[in-house]
Ligand binder design. Sequence first.
Ligand SMILES: Nc1nc2c(ncn2[C@@H]2O[C@H](COP(=O)(O)OP(=O)(O)O)[C@@H](O)[C@H]2O)c(=O)[nH]1
Ligand SMILES: [Mg+2]
Length: 228
Amino acid sequence: MTYAPKKSTKSKAVAKAEFKPSKALAGTTFLLSAPTPQHLPPDRGAEIAFAGRSNAGKSSALNALTGHGALARVSKTPGRTQQLVVFRIDDSRRLIDLPGYGFAKVPGEIQEVWHNALDQYFRERQSLAGLLLAMDVRHPLTEYDQIMLAFARARGLPVHILLTKCDKLGRGAGSETLHAVRKGLADHRAAASVQLFSSTERTGLDLATRWVEERLGISKPRAAPEAM
Ligand SMILES: Nc1nc2c(ncn2[C@@H]2O[C@H](COP(=O)(O)OP(=O)(O)O)[C@@H](O)[C@H]2O)c(=O)[nH]1
Ligand SMILES: [Mg+2]
């Protein structure tokens, strides 16, 4: 991988232009939208699920990591996606954009259907290799996030948390939140790595890419960097 090192002396605009998605992730294409887990492609190979409350910035993260402007639709209207959207990296690897739920506008009945569908997905999907959980850095560890963490814990699934839209906070507030979230996770005995992330400013893309590639067996695990 040839990532430009992050240099604090350079302007944000320069750092932004320098990020190149990894070769593997740059080849990602849309495969299908599954209305239920039964409609997913055969359960072989490895996949990473992207979860996060609607509007957390999960589609933007997927687009940023793959270097596509609009691979996953970026919505300004929260709560629309009620499908599992599948992106193909190669014959045996996928990224899955999970539906956000828990929004007040979604009737309770539908929420229950989705809870059951996600529950089934987490319990039965053998190729699920990791959960990438996007949380708006200004509203981390919501009830939705706790549900996702519980799903992952029940299954022993590795979780990596993106504290998204970190461009909305100053550096000090960002790192305070990072520490608070780590502490919150430790209090709940939830094992997850956490990082600050911004799709618009391209912050943390190299770290997130590394996590995804390691989980999918594209690159070998390295010693955990400090920022995780
Ligand atoms: N400032 C800022 N806005 C973002 C960032 N990522 C996403 N957004 C905005 O947040 C909204 C929701 O993003 P989207 O990716 O659709 O969220 P999703 O519902 O979780 O898939 C959109 O208006 C995005 O433009 C970010 O890193 N910084
Ligand atoms: Mg989305």
